[in-house]
Design a protein around this ligand. Structure first.
Ligand SMILES: Cc1cc2nc3c(=O)[nH]c(=O)nc-3n(C[C@H](O)[C@H](O)[C@H](O)COP(=O)(O)OP(=O)(O)OC[C@H]3O[C@@H](n4cnc5c(N)ncnc54)[C@H](O)[C@@H]3O)c2cc1C
Length: 210
């Protein structure tokens, strides 16, 4: 029977915040030939200087991979970011009637739909119908790549996104704003705050904005 799972993320790249900043400093000081100024604690000030001056190309020297569990509509929004690389679960090659998927589809509840609401019950009933139709099409001999025509926008997908620090900053500016779709805003605000926790300076100026 249809599974409902929450959206989530996992940062795949091992991050040691100070090491990231030291790497950024080592790359960026090439511009000024100021290696003589490097010390034990200079990386923090150097990174702050880079962000304040919008000298953001220096932030392109470190990339982070993140695995998301989100719905397909939100994954579609994510993949519009051209400066990132993606690997995504395929509805052509993954056949959800197979045992490894327990013969069921998995969906993500739209974050603004309350699980105790009447709307939620209608939505869930619709997911059951979709699953039934998908499984019937497979039983009738259609391939997954054809049966997928009935799958919903809220189908769960796993997608790995790799982007450099500059591009993550850009993604957060666009996708954490009040204008962004609630489902992408929900996951991106959490990811931004986690990156802030793990890497000093680089994301500190990014706040929730309309
Ligand atoms: C609130 C919101 C609503 C949206 N609504 C729609 C919609 O209705 N329909 C729709 O189709 N899309 C929509 N989008 C998607 C949006 O238009 C962008 O495609 C998406 O946000 C990726 O942003 P980007 O192009 O800035 O970033 P990226 O592709 O991540 O690129 C990063 C930056 O690189 C530069 N860049 C990249 N490629 C080029 C290029 N070819 N030429 C010049 N500079 C480049 C730009 O400075 C760009 O900002 C929406 C996005 C948001 C946040």
């Amino acid at each position: 029977m249809v599974q409902v799972t929450p959206a989530s993320f996992e940062i795949l790249t091992p991050i040691a915040g100070d090491t990231v900043l030291k790497h950024i400093e080592r790359c960026g000081r090439t511009c000024y030939q100021s290696f003589d100024k490097m010390g034990e604690a200079t990386h923090t000030r150097f990174a702050a200087h880079i962000v304040e001056r919008h000298h953001e190309s220096v932030l392109e020297h470190f990339s982070i991979s993140v695995k998301f569990i989100i719905d397909r509509a939100i994954a579609n929004e994510l993949t519009r970011h051209r400066m990132a690389s993606f690997s995504q679960e395929s509805t052509r090659y993954c056949c959800y009637s197979k045992d490894k998927f327990k013969g069921e589809i998995t969906v993500i509840r739209p974050i603004e739909m309350h699980p105790q609401s009447k709307a939620y019950q209608y939505w869930f009933d619709c997911m059951l119908e979709i699953e039934k139709t998908y499984l019937k099409l497979i039983e009738l001999g259609e391939k997954a790549e054809t049966a997928r025509a009935v799958l919903p926008c809220c189908l769960k997908t796993e997608i790995v996104a790799t982007a450099n620090l500059r591009e993550w900053r850009h993604i957060f500016k666009m996708r954490c704003s009040d204008a962004a779709h609630p489902d992408i805003r929900y996951i991106m605000r959490q990811l931004r705050d986690e990156m802030k926790r793990q890497i000093p300076i680089v994301f500190d100026d990014l706040e929730d904005k309309a």
